[in-house]
Structures are given as C-alpha cells and as structure tokens.
Design a protein around this ligand. Structure first.
Ligand SMILES: [Zn+2]
Length: 74
C-alpha cells in the first residue's frame, strides 16, 4: 500500500508547526488526529479524521525543503 503523509505546515494553524507524519493512511489519520488534539486543541472526533483523510497527500510527493548538510552525525 502506498504511504501517505500529513504535513502540518499545510494545516491552517496559528502555530508554526513543522511536523510531518508519514505512514499508511489509517496510521497517519490516527497519529495526526492525536497530534491535532494534543497540540492544536482540536476535538479528536470523526469529523476531524474525515478532514484529515482529505488532507493527506501521497508520501512520494514529500520533498524536504533543505538538503542535509555535510555528513550524517556519528
Ligand atoms: Zn501540528
């Protein structure tokens, strides 16, 4: 199954939240709903999860804004 992503930078919010969640759709919807409830104060209910399903994008479209600089640590 193709992985999906929820990019919190694209979610309307007053916070500059940079979280990106990637996984299979059900995993991402659950994790994003819990994140939205705990961090953004949304109600974790069926309406929120329906919005999140519309909000998901295919994970293969994810492009980091910055290239990693230098070698990996360690
Ligand atoms: Zn967030």
């Amino acid at each position: 199954m193709a992985r999906m992503m929820a990019d919190c930078r694209r979610w309307p919010s007053e916070m500059n939240c940079s979280l990106v969640i990637i996984g299979e759709q059900d995993e991402v919807v659950q994790a994003a709903a819990e994140h939205a409830a705990s961090v953004h104060g949304h109600e974790n209910n069926e309406e929120l999860r329906a919005q999140l399903r519309d909000f998901l994008e295919p994970a293969d479209q994810y492009k980091p804004e910055r290239q990693a600089e230098g070698a990996l640590p360690g």
